[in-house]
Design a protein around this ligand. Structure first.
Ligand code: SF4
Ligand code: FES
Length: 251
């Protein structure tokens, strides 16, 4: 495929208190082999060379692990390819002459800091409220493999632990619900013996923090599951609800 010329319509916002607006840019000579973020790097080089400020966007690992890249591309969190983060999206998913809309992940609990960068520290506070286990770290830590765990539970816990905390579920949900994220973070411990020490309080504390941060409620539309780049499924929300109820009864 020949190199592409594209029109980009990008959300520019100078800071948290700026109103922000969409601005048009042209980029030329984009190879189909570039990642979406490399295409953004080309644009930013162009902007810097012409004395404009580059577009701010989050990224770190650029290999689908860290969860920091977060763009709403043509109306979809992480763009058009299922099971793919923005950093792993390639320009071969677009064609010459395309117009691409690029916006930040929008939610009340994810305020925009600048351009495409949003503040997702609400996720960190939810994690701190209960997303941990108590283990002996004195040097006599028990080897995790010494505990027998049914294969099915181990597999489900690993599936839940695949959540990278990107926030696409929140950005996609019409209610800005964080329940897929919180469900995954609760499930990865609830399914394992190591997670039982805090099982009376984990779901209560994490759900309370989720509500305090201003995330909405789940109304079972399932959009989060469709857009999640790591295939986290809705059964994790059901498990979160069971853990919440179980914790209330144990308490
Ligand atoms: S559940 Fe999926 S979409 Fe939500 S934060 Fe985790 S990886 Fe991202
Ligand atoms: S930059 Fe790390 S997941 Fe995209």
């Amino acid at each position: 495929m020949k190199d592409m010329n594209l029109t980009l319509k990008i959300w520019r916002q100078k800071g948290a208190n700026d109103k922000g607006k969409m601005i048009d840019y042209q980029v030329a000579g984009i190879s189909e082999h570039m990642s979406f973020l490399e295409m953004m790097d080309v644009l930013n080089e162009q902007l810097i060379n012409s004395g404009d400020s580059p577009v701010a966007f989050d990224h770190d690992c650029r290999e689908g692990i860290c969860g920091s890249c977060s763009m709403f591309i043509n109306g979809e969190a992480h763009g058009p390819v299922k099971g793919t983060t923005t950093c792993q999206l390639h320009m071969r998913s677009f064609k010459d002459g395309d117009t691409i809309y690029i916006e930040p992940f929008r939610a009340k609990a994810f305020p925009v800091l600048k351009d495409l960068v949003v503040d997702r520290s609400s996720f960190d506070r939810i994690q701190r409220s209960g997303g941990f286990i108590s283990v002996n770290t004195s040097g006599n830590t028990q080897d995790a493999n010494a505990l027998p765990i049914p294969k099915q539970d181990a597999d489900l816990a690993m599936d839940a632990a695949a959540c990278i905390g990107c926030g696409a579920c929140v950005a996609t949900c019409k209610n800005s619900s964080a329940m897929l994220f919180v469900g995954a973070k609760i499930s990865q411990y609830a399914l394992l013996p190591q997670g039982q020490v805090e099982s009376k309080t984990r779901a209560q504390n994490m759900v309370a923090q989720m509500d305090a941060e201003g995330f909405g409620n789940c109304t079972n539309t399932g959009a989060c599951e469709v857009e999640c780049p790591k295939g986290i499924d809705l059964s994790n929300i059901a498990r979160m609800n069971r853990e919440f109820l179980g914790g209330s009864l144990k308490g």
